[in-house]
Design a protein around this ligand. Sequence first.
Ligand code: HEM
Length: 486
Amino acid sequence: RLWSSFGGKKKKNVYPLPPGPMGVPILGNLHMLGSLPHRSLHKFAKKYGPIMFIRLGLVPTVVVSSPEAAELFLKTHDYNFASRPPVQSAKYLHYGNKGLAFSQYGPYWRNIRKLCTLELLTNLKVEMFKPMRTDAMGGLVESVKIAAEARDVVDLSAMTQTVLGDMTYRMLFRRGDRVEIESTIQEALRLTGLFNLGDYIPYVGTLDPQGINRRLKNVSKVIDKYLEQIIDEHMRDAHEKRSRNDMDFVDVMLSLMHSKDTENQYGLDRPNIKAILLDMLEGGMDTSATAIEWGFSEVMKHPRVLKRVQEELRSVVGMDRMVDEADISKLEYLNMVVKESMRLHPVGPLLAPHESMEDLTINGYHIPKKSRIIINAWVIGRDPRVWSENAEEFYPERFIGTNIDVRGHDFKLLPFGSGRRSCPAIQLALTVVTIVLAQMLHCFDWELPNGMLPEDLDMNEKFGLAVSRANPLLATPTFRLSIHRM
Ligand code: HEM
């Protein structure tokens, strides 16, 4: 198949498109994605190879399924693939692309990205929020302790959502209470994660046959009102001089916007601030909570690993205190557990979609301009060529003596992506995921409910913005520290 046969301009010496399954008119290959697209795309990639061409509705799409191919798209030609395709949710919910995650590549995105990496998500800023996270963890341990005394079953999935919500709201807005807005944010996350026909067949977008855009507009109004109110409150309190250590994300952005010294160097306005806050709410809560949920599930399914993690915690931390974030770097085995869990369960198995900015030839294949690029990080993490025959097995020891990390330097492990569009919050995310897991496994022993055997714990997935467990993770805690007051 040549690009010209898909409506592209006729060119001399055109290279062929990458191979891929034949589609049907209008829908292309959309109907082949199924309920878990990362798994369906893997089946096709086995037949058509690591660079595969499909059509999602009218959108030419390239699916990348090996570490070598991922390196070509995310490193060698990173610049060309650093844009994002336009999506309906950005238009209706994200202030028409005024944030970071959905913005097309260009000076606007570069500027906002710089703001996020230099002002909001720096290692220093992550460190500054440590007391707040410690406080949130203390509250969590207290409530699980009460459940332990009553021998209650705890819904670990709901519990991680709650503590992550608490940490994220406090980091962004200083306040942790969110009763009035929580369900609307959850609805926004759900709608953004839904498959929206308008993203693939543009003229269908205006008809909105699934009613998603209408619902997006409704939640957008409620969220906008909430964010306006938060910004107003912060402006009213601006006279209360805060030290840099005490500033939440809204304070930081407002001070940059009003700074006389730096003359609003990022060109911020209220819609920018609201769009960035929404990106952080959406990008920050579900992803980290889901990563913790999978890490917990794997440890519960593998008592050998649980025992080894707890032995490490006993020897590094001791039984007379809770874990402190300063301990994390010494918890070598737990860090391997986190990596191994992210290898098998990248919460964004297809990362976020990229878009090509120009026509390009890669490995002898023509990659048309404005193609959607999907990186299947899920299949890359399970490739037996790189991870050996036991690639499907949860085996943290595979990282012993290697320097493979999750930060985008190794194209065989890409839970946060790599290159220009990779996650800007890796340090924050790893800190949060590791401390919550460490604390819960240090303070408590856990048993599956109703005598369920570890091997019977199901690991079914549910597709969405983050791919989480289909069924909540339930377990009964027993307090194991030798202190009574936290
Ligand atoms: C375990 C937790 C997390 C995981 C696994 C994760 C993963 C990812 C992935 C896969 C991408 C897309 C990369 C690509 O397109 O190639 C991404 C982008 C992004 N993430 Fe994260 N993330 C996590 C936590 C967070 C947190 C805590 C925040 C903010 C507070 C955040 C904010 C963002 C933003 C704003 C982007 C878009 C960047 C851009 O388009 O330039 N993420 N993340």
